[in-house]
Design a protein around this ligand. Structure first.
Ligand code: SP5
Ligand code: ZN
Length: 383
């Protein structure tokens, strides 16, 4: 039996509330466009995983402490309340503004050294947290944001309890959400919540490997000064003009206790499997040198050749190979990030997870280790 034929037996964590987030497009350069982060992304992925045989389960009950461990309370409170405030302020009814969008941004250039104050107007408060105009909030956004975070935490807890790998079908995605800010179609950082759950579940050190086509500036920011979580990312070069524009450069290496626990590998637009897989290999070598007990894979499949949001040219075979390289490193909690070509999305996610599963099986066979020992217990990762 070849890898291609293998049944996917990795648990998939999914909550239908993730479909309730309907951003209704994005404002790009002053005009509202249709946007590509649509609910159909999740239904397409779910169908492909189900067809591949993967078992689907709901997340564990919500734990507010899991969000507070990686985000400021102010961001969480904003996201939980902003739609109701927006509606109460009659922005939809009286002004035709059917989604929450920021308008004034209190940048360092504006404040010129003065402290940030909370503005009185609801429409001014949004810019305190949302750093772009493309990440809209609607009536169903908060339940979806919460459900995605819950799925991420649950997948990590499955891994901490001994699963070799588990996948969270998170929507909205999360890797552009930082400690106190959101953007890039992301609101809360699902991957960071998963990494923290791995630590809480017994890992001494965890590593996030981010293979989304964009740099995960939010995940990097959350862990930049922490030594217990490594962050490594391969992405299209922000210096070549790509989102998130201001972060993701190769000279960002962490700070303080986090120095040398951050690694960025930016690639030229147009890069395909060979270049991309060499970069994934560099990240894997860095994680091996770092010594993580467990891995979070930020799985964006927007490096796909047909993806409308990135100029990378990676094939399903490339994603399967990347999955196998990463699966060989240790137990993996896979978190869905971007990926916007509805026609190929399912195939790419199945390819990546099939690779992770094969990598785990090979590593377990090579080590002769028991499959369900769990993190931090005898017989699991080396102490
Ligand atoms: C999670 C994730 O992959 N977020 C990526 C967000 C990147 N969005 C950048 C959007 C740039 C403008 N979109 C182009 C629309 C042209 N019609
Ligand atoms: Zn992306």
């Amino acid at each position: 039996m070849t890898i291609e034929d293998a049944r996917l037996d990795m648990p998939v964590v999914w909550h239908p509330d993730c479909l309730l987030h309907q951003p209704g497009g994005e404002v790009w350069l002053g005009l509202r466009e249709a946007g590509t982060e649509v609910p159909e992304r999740a239904t397409v992925i779910l169908s492909a995983l189900t067809a591949a045989g993967a078992p689907v389960q709901p997340p564990e009950p919500h734990d507010p402490a899991a969000l507070l461990a990686v985000h400021d309370r102010s961001l969480i409170d904003h996201l939980a309340a902003i739609w109701a405030d927006w509606e109460a302020g009659r922005y939809p009814a009286d002004y035709g503004r059917d989604r929450v969008v920021p308008y004034v941004f209190p940048t360092a250039a504006m404040l010129a050294g003065l402290p940030l104050r909370r503005p009185a107007a609801t429409h001014a408060q949004v810019g305190m947290f949302c750093y772009d105009t493309m990440t809209l909030v609607g009536p169903g956004s908060w339940p979806a944001i919460r459900a995605a975070a819950d799925a991420a935490r649950s997948a990590a807890r499955l891994v901490a309890a001994g699963q070799q790998a588990a996948y969270a079908l998170c929507r909205p995605p999360g890797h552009h959400a930082g400690p106190a800010g959101y953007g890039g179609s992301c609101y809360l950082n699902n991957a960071a919540i998963a990494a923290q759950a791995l630590l809480d579940g017994g890992a001494r050190q965890a590593a996030v490997i981010d293979i989304d086509a964009h740099h995960g500036n939010g995940t990097q920011a959350i862990f930049y000064e922490r030594g217990d979580v490594f962050y490594g990312s391969v992405h299209v070069d922000p210096g070549a003009g790509w989102f998130p524009h201001y972060m993701g450069f190769a000279d960002e290496k962490g700070n303080g206790a986090g120095l040398r626990a951050n690694r960025n590998v930016p690639l030229p637009p147009g890069s395909g499997d060979d270049t991309w897989l060499a970069a994934v290999g560099q990240l894997c070598d860095a994680v091996t040198a770092y010594g993580a007990d467990a891995i979070v894979l930020s799985l964006g499949v927007d490096a796909a050749a047909a993806d409308p949001e990135s100029p990378l040219q990676v094939t399903p075979h490339g994603y399967r190979t990347a999955g196998a390289l990463i699966g060989a490193l240790g137990p993996v909690a896979v978190i869905q990030e971007g990926g916007y070509d509805l026609a190929s999305l399912g195939e790419y996610v199945v390819a990546a997870l099939t690779g992770v599963q094969a990598g785990r099986q090979q590593a377990a066979t090579a080590a002769g280790s028991p499959a369900d020992a769990g993190l931090g217990r005898p017989g699991s990762a080396p102490a």
